[in-house]
Design a protein around this ligand. Structure first.
Ligand code: NAD
Length: 297
């Protein structure tokens, strides 16, 4: 029987463990605060931001919301980030991606004060991760690491294949998997859009992490018997539903499930973990900035 890895259940566990960290901070007079920055009319981005705000409220994290007109220039966004950097009530800053095409993404991510960079995308935090001394692990790869641990999948000595080389998912995921640390020690291959024979690579993997953003790119014929499959993809495809679309992953679930020992569904796999690890990083940021130690889960 293939195990379905339940991201909602694992995320709930992390959230409830974070409650005592928030209580510790509160008793020291510190309310963790997260600023969400939205510069988009895109419905999916708006939904993601409101899910993050709701998750903050449930845990007792204060959220501040900055909304900018998507036609504003980069400078206006940078000024808003400067304000949030200077605000002592804001411990974490999250800029919802993607930003409009005319915005200089790198300049924006580099402007965030590194100790408030709860997404972990600032070059200082990316560098710390590569050096094996992570401050804020990027939320999605960190969430995947926790999912694997919760499903008793030990990555040590295993062959892992990460499909996708983005700065947000693929690269930090590979960096976590190669660390000489718990949840790491995997022999890791990173595949991307120029990989010659993707199926040949994924079939040999004990752990496949699919983050290509391409609907059902990986089917059962590309999965080795007994592998663990983590599907990061969230793709809208046209469908005869009320909304006119449905969400599918990067993995063709049924055929991959027939081969895998364990697999994550979409939705309900990686997504809830991304939010849980954002809460984790915000609590960690508050603890660092207020110099109040907490026992993070
Ligand atoms: P991206 O577009 O920045 O990167 C996609 C990567 O996939 C690229 O590096 C590209 O080289 C690679 N790729 C594309 N087509 C490929 C192919 N045919 N074969 C092999 N590699 C290929 O995307 P991203 O931001 O890394 O996100 C990837 C997916 O994960 C998207 O569907 C996104 O919506 C989803 N996502 C989900 C969460 C979550 O919390 N569930 C979080 C972040 C991203």
């Amino acid at each position: 029987m293939t195990r379905i890895i339940d991201g909602n259940e694992v995320a709930d566990g992390i959230r409830s463990e974070l409650e005592s960290c928030v209580e510790t901070l509160e008793s020291a007079g510190v309310t963790p605060g997260l600023a969400t920055v939205l510069m988009s009319d895109d419905g999916a981005s708006e939904t993601y931001v409101s899910m993050k705000q709701r998750a903050c409220a449930e845990l007792g994290i204060e959220s501040v919301h900055a909304e900018l007109d998507p036609t504003e220039p980069t400078d206006v966004l940078l000024e808003r980030i400067d304000d949030l950097n200077a605000d002592p009530a804001v411990h974490g800053i999250l800029v919802q991606l993607p930003l409009p095409d005319h915005i200089d993404d790198r300049a924006v991510l580099e402007r965030i004060e590194p100790t408030k960079d709860v997404d972990g995308f600032h070059p200082e935090n990316a560098g710390l991760l590569v050096a094996g001394e992570p401050r804020f692990k990027p939320c999605t790869p960190h969430g995947i690491q926790r999912l694997l641990a919760a499903a008793d999948v030990d990555t040590e000595g295993k062959d892992a294949v990460v499909v996708g080389r983005s700065n947000i998912v693929g690269k930090p995921m590979a960096n976590l998997l190669i660390q000489k640390a718990d949840g790491g020690n995997a022999t890791t291959t990173v595949c991307h859009s120029r990989t010659a024979d993707l199926g040949e690579k994924t079939r040999q993997a004990d752990v496949v992490i699919a983050a290509a953003g391409y609907p059902e790119l990986i089917d059962g014929s590309m999965i080795g018997e007994g592998a663990t499959v983590i599907d990061v993809g969230v793709n809208r495809v046209e469908a005869d539903t009320e909304k006119g679309y449905e969400l599918v992953g990067d993995v063709e679930f049924e055929s991959a499930k027939a081969k895998a020992d364990a697999i994550t569904p979409v939705p309900g796999g990686v997504g809830p973990m991304t939010i849980a690890m954002l809460l984790y990083n915000t609590v960690k940021a508050a603890s660092i900035q207020a110099d109040v130690p907490v026992s993070l889960p």
